[in-house]
Design a protein around this ligand. Structure first.
Ligand code: ZN
Length: 119
């Protein structure tokens, strides 16, 4: 659901940005609230920024996650063997020794306080 929301938001921003660039009249005004904003002078700037933002969201929704690049160094540990390992060295998150699922070291001792006592 998260990626679907990103792609919807990205698409809307992209459409809005492009429409601002394409529209000849970029003045927004409201008699009711008494404001009158003329974006004609800045429409390329606004349009470009919105489009770029939309593209960024779309890119994120398609699997590009900037945080993932840092996760390569995230430490995992095998509950059975107690061997710490980087995500980079275990892409499937399975222990190389026993094949069990690895757990993230982050918050490990919060989840397993009994292990902390032994160490
Ligand atoms: Zn193991």
């Amino acid at each position: 659901m998260r990626s679907a929301n990103y792609s919807t938001l990205g698409f809307l921003l992209l459409v809005l940005g492009v429409s601002i660039i394409i529209k000849s009249d970029s003045a927004f005004y409201s008699d009711k609230y008494g404001f009158n904003i003329d974006l004609t002078e800045y429409k390329y700037l606004f349009g470009f920024l919105l489009s770029a933002l939309g593209m960024g969201f779309l890119r994120t929704s398609m699997g590009y996650d900037p945080e993932k690049e840092h996760d390569e160094n995230e430490a995992f540990i095998c509950l059975q063997c107690r061997v710490p390992i980087c995500r980079r060295d275990a892409p499937d998150l399975k222990c190389k020794e026993c094949g069990r699922d690895l757990e993230s070291v982050k918050g490990f001792f919060e989840r397993h306080p009994e292990l902390k006592e032994k160490n």
